[in-house]
Design a protein around this ligand. Sequence first.
Ligand code: BJW
Length: 253
Amino acid sequence: MNELQPGNLISEAADMVEAARSMVVSTGAGMSSESGVRTFRGEDGFWREHRAEDLASIEGIRKNPELVWEWYRERLKACEELEPHAGYYALVTIQSEKGILPLITQNVDGLHQKAGIEDVIELHGNLGSASCIDRCGAPSVEMTEELFEELPPRCSCGSILRPDVVLFGEQLPEEALRRAFHLADSCDLMMVIGTSMVVYPASSLPLIALQRGVKVIEINPEVTPLSSLDGTISLHGTAGSILPEIVKVVYGG
Ligand code: BJW
């Protein structure tokens, strides 16, 4: 049992998971931290060393393409080498027991898919490809090691490439966003794991569920703007410990 977590909250969460008929999960960077991917904000976050806007905006890429691409090279390499932790497989168990578990993620690292989650809605894109920053019309290119031989990588037209992830000020992929809002508006339980809840529109999804009277289970070692809202059951611990505990209570093993 996680020391920080009173057991009765775990069993309350387990009862909700068991009873849910249309549960949806929404994850952020904290989901991946126990697999070795650094979060953005907070003590060990990426953005302790650099300003968010310098790394995660089109202006940032134009101003400092080498720095940004160095950052993506590091992350891509890390993501290829890393493995999903026990919390990911706990979600896979829920998926197989329930028959379906739509999962919305802000993460671009592909770890949910690597663990075996079938329906992953990627709100902020993924690290799979890059395309022309000037949208010259050339097809996007796969992010492979060769792409990083010379930084910054360039499009065939000579402009620099940008990763196909969603940067600040950019619209999210239309279909992913439509599905995410639809799920928030129709689920009977939402689980929100490892997000600081500061980036819109992902941060609005649990609020939509709460407004309908639907309960939200939050898993995060830290307090977030979601934690104290009516209808939120906040489990203060890590994804890698809390999720397997919930699954153990619901499905045994
Ligand atoms: C653990 C743990 C463990 C640790 N277990 N938990 C003013 C007000 C309101 C909104 C705006 C505004 N000005 C502009 C906006 C909109 C803007 C926004 O929200 N800005 C705010 C920061 C103010 N949003 C956008 O621009 C979005 N687009 C948009 O809104 O389009 C419409 C529009 C267009 C133009 C103008 C206005 C509106 C796009 C957002 C794109 C975000 N992109 C990034 C980079 C993606 C690519 C990449 O990964 O390289 O996405 S930024 C970064 O933040 C990344 C993340 O997905 C995102 C969220 O971070 P997340 O996942 O919450 O991580 P952290 O690090 O913040 O938190 C980790 C948490 O885990 C912590 O709480 C820990 O405690 C916890 N944790 N270990 C469980 N083991």
